[in-house]
Design a binder for this molecule. Structure first.
Ligand code: SF4
Length: 344
């Protein structure tokens, strides 16, 4: 069954796979790596415009490595999971400094680079260097759990181990890059999360979930746990000229390395904060609160508008504060809810 799996998949891919994605044009290891990082937990249609902007601005890995991190974050704004952008930049610098600007070909070397996990490393090794290294991203997990009717949540260690083993067993020794692309395409176009198109699927004759009429049962979902809700105030401090104070977030944690509005706990006084850091408060007004959902918790945001009067000049640490002009926005990376608050 192993050989027939890859043979059938490749036959289908030749006819129905996606052969016209922007990173497939004049493909290079750099484009493969960039697209694979962007595609982590993100759909192709979302990634395409970001990929095109990145490649236009940074046609080579060296240009990306030499760029200012603020510019990289700015181009990434809206794509989410911002640690990917910081790691992408660090990774480009490591490749420039230790591998002469060329992506290494060995799986272990790829995996040791920032932001490249086992599945991304395998995708780069197979697509860019035609090595027989299996991937296990969300699409592949869905195809394999259905094809083999694997019980249990794929995030569980033993289920994941079994899936890696099956993924490697199905991986052919030839046309490795095409196979990787093919199994991702199958998961993205036919074996989709809802409404799988089994009748058009090249695997239907041997698919166990289909035979059991249990396609929608796989993959098992994560056991439910209630997400905690945290609350915070975000201050929109506007000076007389209309500019708004932005603060640089620490490199780790939520919105790490992005510019955000000053954040206070619910029991802290916006007025005291503004008076000690900026100057006189002319007026303050609460705006409607709203929820922003992260993977591990939700944040209930309470925005507070502050009109600043005379400033005393005792500002925050140098490089940590930026006066943002919403009419002529600077090119800086902004957290998504902050971006919408600034432009209301
Ligand atoms: S037959 Fe259906 S469930 Fe099975 S692999 Fe194909 S699309 Fe997925």
């Amino acid at each position: 069954m192993t050989n027939s799996f890859s043979a059938k998949l490749l036959r289908w891919f030749d006819q129905h796979g996606r052969h016209d994605l922007p990173w497939q044009h004049q493909a290079s290891p750099y484009k493969t790596w960039l697209s694979e990082v962007m595609l982590q937990q993100t759909q192709v249609s979302t990634v395409i415009p970001y990929f095109l902007r990145f490649i236009e601005r940074f046609p080579t890995l060296k240009q990306l490595a030499d760029a200012d991190i603020d510019e990289v974050m700015h181009l990434w704004t809206g794509l989410g999971y911002y640690s990917r952008a910081r790691n992408l930049h660090r990774c480009a610098q490591e490749i420039r400094d230790h591998y002469n600007g060329e992506l290494p070909q060995q799986l272990e070397q790829l995996q040791a680079l920032p932001g490249i996990g086992p599945s991304t490393a395998a995708a780069i090794a197979s697509i860019a260097f035609n090595q027989s290294t299996a991937i296990l991203d969300g699409n592949v997990k869905r195809v394999l759990t259905r094809f083999h009717a694997i019980e249990g949540w794929p995030g569980k260690r033993e289920v994941e181990k079994q899936l890696w083993q099956l993924a490697q067993e199905h991986m052919p020794k030839k046309r490795c890059g095409d196979y990787t692309q093919a199994i991702m395409d199958l998961g993205a176009t036919l074996c989709t999360r809802s409404k799988a198109q089994c009748q058009a699927c090249p695997m239907k004759a041997d698919c166990q979930a289909l035979a059991l009429e249990r396609v929608q049962d796989f993959p098992y979902s994560k056991p439910k746990q209630n997400k905690p809700v945290k609350e915070a105030q975000l201050l929109i401090i506007r000076r007389q000229s209309g500019e708004i104070a932005l603060q640089l977030r620490p490199p780790t944690g939520i919105w790490g390395g992005l510019w955000s509005l000053p954040e206070l706990k619910l029991d802290e006084s916006p007025e005291d904060f503004v008076q000690s850091h900026f100057g006189e408060v002319l007026a303050q007004q609460k705006r409607d609160k709203f929820k922003h959902v992260f993977s591990h918790y939700s944040l209930l945001i309470h925005p507070v508008e502050i009109q600043l009067g005379r400033e005393h000049g005792k500002i925050m640490e140098q490089g940590q504060l930026l006066w943002y002009n919403p009419h002529f926005p600077q090119e800086v990376g902004l957290a998504a809810p902050v971006k919408s608050l600034l432009h209301l």
